[in-house]
Design a protein around this ligand. Sequence first.
Ligand code: CO8
Length: 259
Amino acid sequence: QTNETLILQEVEGRVAILTLNRPKALNALNDALMDELSAALAKFDGDDNIGAIIITGSEKAFAAGADIGAMASWSYMDVYKSEYITRNWDPIARVRKPIIAAVSGYALGGGCELAMMCDFIIAADSAKFGQPEIKLGIIPGAGGTQRLPRAVGKSKAMDMVLTGRMMNAEEAERSGLVSRVVPADQLLAQAKEAATVIASMSLPSVIMAKESVNRAWESSLREGVLFERRAFHSLFATEDQKEGMTAFVEKRSPEFKHR
Ligand code: CO8
């Protein structure tokens, strides 16, 4: 990989690992980096040999936010017309395979928003989350004011967004922003282990599980339960359901074919 590569890509078994790589700017998310990230995600989402994806950064920073230097001189019309945010951020939320954010160090502003766009966050004990945009005279612009209250509730989200303070890993786990906290030197190993477990499951059921959990955010309970039921019914049309249940009855490990 050359130094110009803003996203390092690795594949281990059925797991793809994407590493944000702008170390000198603490992985500040500029347009080029977001283009590379969304292209890599689309590629692995469409690759039958991949079952789960990890996004990670460096030990010091997952990402310290959108690139402030790049944004500083923008006018209203620059921001409005460029579609900077929708063009290369929205595709992340359309990825159908699970994405784990493995966060060490700073996840601030757009960095925190990127982590929240992933399906769950595993945090190193060194992780620090925050939405400090208010200190720059703006507000979060990639979903932070919407995803943070859904994750941690209104009171804590207001506190974070209005004061711009950071939350450490312990507080983030306590408030439901992250699923687990692990020692910093075990972060990637633990994320890979979780991703490998997920990637060993039947891909159709993994995708439908992700789709169904996401419905819990975006519909009434009644609609969500109906959505889940149809997804549940449809999995009985897969070969993997037959294999999974037959293997259980025969007391052996299933051999999923991901169809
Ligand atoms: N953008 C550009 N460069 C950055 C950023 C950033 N967000 N964060 C850090 N850097 C750069 C610094 O300028 C510095 O560069 P240089 O060495 O050339 O001076 C280098 O990274 C190292 O940073 P520091 O020297 O500041 O390192 P410290 O350890 O002293 O401090 C901090 C680390 C606390 C993380 C500090 O760098 C900081 O406060 N960074 C800014 C955090 C922030 O405000 N983030 C929010 C940005 S706004 C945003 O994300 C809006 C999202 C909108 C949606 C996205 C669509 C565009």
